[in-house]
Design a protein around this ligand. Structure first.
Ligand code: ATP
Ligand code: MG
Length: 741
């Protein structure tokens, strides 16, 4: 019977054991590609088809929405659409949101109603800033992003504001606890929660209300958790409550199957800890431990290269991993001249693979990187070479807020009557010009039939506006006037520096990036790099060309993006995936490129001084390598430029850890010019191109699953020293202005 379904036939012995051990706790610790996720899907199908368990009793927790969707798709094929609909398959956040919304009675004491709103990072920032202000604290001293991250950490340690204050070791933690308190209060007043709250509140609810917990224990009898190694404490506690019970009442069914790989733990910064495995074994007595040792995904060469990197970690258990996929192709290591060439090489190599028929579809390829900002150079080359791509887990470069803001400043300088751009930046960064003041300004402009900018000129004469508002508006007016004046003095890249610094936006973003917010400053630096291509043209013309190019991009009509940033054209474009290493967890592709294999990029510059963080970077590289099924390319750039300065990079230490015999000689075809290669002999094309960009969309939860550096501080040489250096055009031949389309 079973074989007919192919449910067990497609599984090896230990996998079958994992699938058929449906009662009691099961812990599967096994390497990448060993079928852990497959075991979960087959186990669920087995429960439904063989054990006749109602799908309604089954829950599976995945790490991203994308993974949840994939699992659901698998279940539809295995057990049918209707059955699979009844299952609870989702991320911790999605499941908790669902639980909380159905407990309206219990939400009231928590200060919430069932229509509560889940805030995104920007909303959170606004509230944190508000809290800082309310407490009469100085934002410069207590950076909103740093505070947000400390509060999130406290929540991950399951501390409320008072507990956080009690356990504070440093003064800044005490302050953060005070901010936490106000933040939490305002959030509740607004009937909203943040991501961490979803987990915390559900845990609290189940812990404090035995009847509610029992209700869910009675419903979900079979629990599954994928990527268990990256659970944090509150998430673990949820599983324990549901599967086992509280300290006093053990009413959980105990049928909990968790799968994970400690070598792939890449979220310790969000509270993941290897201790959860020990906790699990302790909390769930008589846990059946199953090891899977056969890898079905990758070739031996890929596995060996990955092992070479991860085995240098000290805090790990060695696991066996073997494959029947054969030795396979050697690993290609390519050293490009600079970032552009890195992108170009990648794009060209993908074209070659397609042309040679080595891959059938573009979707067979993923390009991975450490930080989001790294997608820019890639996107540019892909667009130039007309290779459709999708960016997973983050907005496309030109749709990122800070890029839009900087461009709005530039547009405003190019055309002061551009009201839309003025509105976008008049209060960015915060200049205390609120909607009310803006409304008055608009009226003032309407009365004169003038633009907002022109109206600012006479704002002193406004009869009702307060003094503070007037002076805020006047100084914004002066800012724009001064910056406009600078157009005649500065080249485009320096003009961008001036905008960033004089507007106060640069300092704010740097602080943000430094303190773990988003990778916003890194993105602005990327934008500046694009501007460098126009550095030798007369600035007004340069500005026009630059903005025109960017606008063309935005209007790209063939490509739109759907959920997860997936590009969709009419014929549902077959596209290459661009993705951060973090977001790539659990996925697999026939061909994987990892770019930025440099010291400072991977391992990230912020981690290099801390051994335990280098271990995490190593695991991240390991995750990346092991996504590849057939071919793995490791690409790096010998130099990268930041603020007009070119810096040389060292190859990533992880490259050194790969046995040289695994590395192939040839990494692609030389096109022209000088070359140097690392373990390969390839060249690169020095051409430069236009950039056009497609509009993206964002998936909040996958975005949330980025690491702080992935989102942040990002780039190799990341931030400038705080003051923008103006570059003496230290041009190399790559900085020639590119001809606009
Ligand atoms: P990761 O740790 O990266 O998440 P994993 O352990 O979850 O990896 P899966 O993604 O479940 O591994 O499996 C890797 C690949 O191997 C998948 O394509 C899966 O379908 C295939 N696979 C797993 N087990 C078998 C098997 N017994 N026979 C054939 N293919 C298998
Ligand atoms: Mg998996």
């Amino acid at each position: 019977m079973l074989e007919q379904h192919g449910l067990l036939a497609g599984l090896n012995q230990p996998q079958q054991e994992a699938v058929t051990t449906t009662e009691g706790p099961v812990l599967i610790l096994a390497g990448p590609g060993s079928g852990k996720t497959r075991v979960i899907t087959h186990r669920i199908a087995y429960l439904v088809q063989h054990e006749h368990i109602s799908p309604w009793r089954i829950m599976a927790v995945t790490f991203t929405n994308k993974a949840a969707r994939e699992m659901r798709d698998r279940m539809e094929t295995l057990v049918g659409i209707n059955e699979s609909k009844e299952m609870m398959v989702g991320t911790f956040h999605a499941i908790c949101a669902r639980v909380l919304r159905s407990e309206a009675d219990h939400l009231a004491p928590m200060g919430l109603s069932r229509s509560f709103v889940i805030m995104d990072t920007d909303d959170q920032q606004t509230l944190i800033k508000q809290a800082i202000k309310e407490l009469n604290l100085d934002e410069k001293q207590y950076r909103p992003y740093a505070m947000q991250s400390m509060i999130s950490q406290a929540k991950n340690n399951m501390q409320n504001p008072d507990q956080m204050a009690e356990q504070a070791n440093k003064y800044v933690e005490e302050v953060a606890a005070r901010i936490y308190k106000v933040y939490q209060k305002t959030m509740r007043k607004n009937n909203s929660v943040d991501f961490d709250d979803l987990i915390m509140l559900t845990e609290q609810l189940w812990r404090r209300e035995p009847e509610v917990l029992k209700h869910y224990q009675r419903r979900w009898h079979y629990l599954h958790v994928d990527e268990f190694q990256d659970c944090n404490l509150p998430q673990y506690k949820l599983i324990r409550l549901l599967g086992y019970g509280t300290d006093s009442e053990h009413e959980g069914k105990g049928n909990v199957c968790v799968v994970g790989d400690d070598d792939q733990m890449i979220y310790t910064w969000r509270g993941a800890s290897a201790e959860n495995v020990l906790r699990f074994e302790r909390d769930f007595p008589e846990t059946r431990i199953i090891l899977l040792e056969q890898n079905y995904r990758s070739t031996q060469n890929i596995l060996d290269a990955a092992q070479g990197v991860v085995k240098r970690n000290t805090l790990r258990k060695n696991k066996k991993l073997w494959t029947e996929q054969g030795i396979g192709e050697k690993i290609t290591v390519h050293e490009a001249y600079n970032e552009e060439q890195e992108g170009l090489y990648t794009a060209q190599e993908i074209s070659r693979l397609l042309a040679r028929g080595e891959i059938e579809r573009r979707s067979d390829v993923a390009v991975m990187y450490r930080t989001n900002a790294q997608s820019r150079a890639l996107e540019e080359q892909f667009l130039r070479m007309n290779i459709p791509y999708k960016v997973i887990g983050s907005r496309k470069f030109y749709d990122r807020k800070e890029i839009k803001d900087m461009l709005a400043y530039m547009r405003l300088l190019a055309n002061p009557n551009d009201d839309l751009s003025l509105r976008r930046v008049i209060n960015v960064p915060n200049r205390k010009i609120g909607p009310k003041t803006l409304g008055e300004l608009q009226q003032w402009a309407d009365m004169r039939s003038s633009s907002l900018y022109a109206a600012l000129n006479t704002i002193e004469d406004h009869p009702t506006l307060g003094k503070a508002a007037k002076s805020a508006l006047a100084s914004f007016h002066k800012l724009i006037t001064d910056l406009s004046g600078a157009i005649d003095e500065l080249h485009l890249p320096e003009l961008l520096d001036r905008i960033a610094e004089r507007s106060g936006y640069g300092p704010e973003l740097r602080a943000a990036s430094e303190n773990e917010g988003l990778d916003r400053w890194g993105n602005v630096l990327e934008l500046r790099r694009v501007a460098e291509d126009y550095g030798e043209i007369e600035t007004r013309t340069a500005m026009e060309l630059f903005l025109e190019n960017v606008a063309l991009v935005g209007g790209a009509d063939t490509v739109q993006s759907g959920e997860d940033g997936t590009l969709m054209s009419e014929e549902n474009t077959d596209a290459v995936t661009l993705i951060t290493l973090h977001a790539a967890k659990g996925l697999e592709y026939p061909v994987v490129f990892i770019v930025g294999m440099d010291e400072g990029s991977l391992p990230h510059s912020r981690s290099v001084d801390k051994p335990e963080q280098v271990e995490e970077e190593r695991r991240l590289a390991y995750v990346g390598f092991t996504r590849a099924m057939k071919r793995l390319y490791l690409v790096r750039a010998r130099r990268r430029s930041v603020f007009g300065e070119t810096r040389y990079t060292e190859p990533s230490r992880f490259l050194e850890d790969i046995d040289k015999r695994l590395i192939g000689k040839k990494g692609g075809q030389s096109t022209q010019n000088t070359q140097k290669s690392y373990g390969s002999s390839t060249g690169y094309n020095m051409g430069r191109g236009n950039s056009t960009y497609a509009r993206p969309q964002e998936n909040w939860e996958d975005d949330f699953n980025q690491d702080p550096y992935g989102e942040t501080g990002g780039r190799v040489f990341g931030r400038g020293s705080g003051t923008a250096r103006t570059s003496s055009p230290s041009h190399d031949y790559t900085s020639l202005p590119s001809a606009p389309r």
